[in-house]
Design a binder for this molecule. Structure first.
Ligand code: FPP
Length: 358
């Protein structure tokens, strides 16, 4: 009996202090082997394995949770840096340009490559714009929660994201569309990030330069489909150019104080009454009026489009006229919301009534 008790206690000593100190699965059977198996030690071993298993599961859960947290955090930062909603609008205009520049059959794979490439280059341009405007964005209520001013991502990390996604997007366009489309995308990135962005703090002419940037994507889409640009490829870019002026003028008027706090020189900065801002909006709505007729005359669309475009543009012009007559936040907001409806409706009409590019 004494011998048995001694053996049990030596086994207990060899097992219990070792198990918690080590997470090795091999220790328990080794201890059992040394001490001789008994019912008590077998249950200890089973408990030990159970504990090890629970520990491994907990560790795996922790690792998976932290990996998914990190991915979610950076995914969200990339999404916001890319101004995903603006980039989606840019992609829609580029896709519309692709469809308009196609013949009777639209190459769906080519359309997808063009949209993906455009999305990537636009994401890069938008990220660079934010890298250069950290201090200004931090002073504006509209932008202070963006990833860079709020410190959720470092400028170097954001710049690396911009460089890689921009290079990948341009390469995709060069390989799967053509060099003309890739060149237009790369030049537009340079125009937006390196000309428009610094100009925002210097002179209100920046809005006109920004309008050129917004007008290039449909041209890029057309170039990707047709491998050339021609006169009738200019209808949608022209519509986008003129459309951006009432759209951004309304925004600059509505967020005037915020833009001033951020150090941006919009037209509304030098125009507290809003009269000039409203006149620029109206003038550019008027420039859009003949576009529907031109699209029909140049064989881009059927006559239905010119009818629809005239109706839509008249609606926007009425909005701009009431902004001119009464430059208040209410009329500016109405024109801004009208401009948000106008563009998708105009593009839908263009696609619906397009005549295949010859
Ligand atoms: C293919 C390619 C490169 C496309 C780029 C298209 C693009 C980024 C268009 C945006 C046009 C524009 C003037 C946005 C306003 O920027 P903002 O700086 O005034 O906006 P913010 O005040 O919100 O930062």
């Amino acid at each position: 009996i004494l011998k048995k008790k001694k053996r049990r206690s030596s086994l207990a000593q060899s097992v219990h202090p070792i198990f918690p100190a080590s997470s090795s699965f091999a220790i328990a059977p080794a201890a059992m082997w040394r001490g001789g198996a008994t019912a008590a030690s077998a249950s200890d071993v089973l408990r030990h394995y159970g504990w090890c298993w629970e520990l491994s599961k907990a560790r795996l859960r922790c690792t998976a949770a932290s990996i998914s947290d990190v991915l979610r955090h950076y995914g969200r930062c990339y999404w916001e840096l890319s101004k995903a909603r603006l980039s989606a609008l840019v992609v829609a205009t580029s896709g519309a340009g692709y469809v308009l520049g196609s013949g009777s059959i639209v190459d769906i794979a080519g359309l997808c490559y063009t949209c993906t490439g455009t999305m990537m280059v636009a994401a890069s341009a938008n990220t660079l714009n934010q890298v250069f405007e950290i201090k200004n964005d931090a002073k504006m209520r509209r932008t202070m929660r963006r990833p860079l001013p709020s410190g959720r991502i470092s400028p170097v990390h954001a710049a690396m994201w911009a460089t890689s996604v921009g290079a990948a997007g341009t390469t995709l366009l060069a390989c799967k569309a053509n060099y003309l489309a890739a060149g237009l995308a790369a030049s537009n990135l340079i125009l937006y990030a390196f000309v428009y962005t610094p100009l925002k703090q210097i002179h209100h002419v920046n809005t006109w330069v920004g309008a050129v940037v917004g007008a290039i994507p449909p041209l890029l889409g057309w170039a990707a489909a047709a491998s050339e640009v021609s006169l009738n490829s200019m209808i949608l870019p022209a519509a986008l150019y003129f459309w951006q002026l009432p759209h951004f003028m309304a925004l600059a008027y509505l967020c005037r104080d915020d833009y001033i706090a951020g150090g941006y020189r919009m037209l509304s900065f030098a125009d507290p009454s809003g009269k000039r801002t409203a006149w620029v909006s109206l003038r550019n709505c008027l420039y859009m009026l003949p576009l529907g007729l031109l699209a029909y005359n140049w064989g881009l669309t059927s006559g239905w489009f010119s009818f629809e475009a005239s109706l839509l543009t008249t609606g926007l012009t009425i909005g701009a006229s009431s902004f001119v007559l009464d430059p208040t936040h209410k009329s500016a907001r109405r024109m801004f919301h009208g401009s948000l409806l106008y563009l998708p409706a105009l593009m839908a009409g263009l696609i619906l009534h397009r005549l295949p590019n010859q």
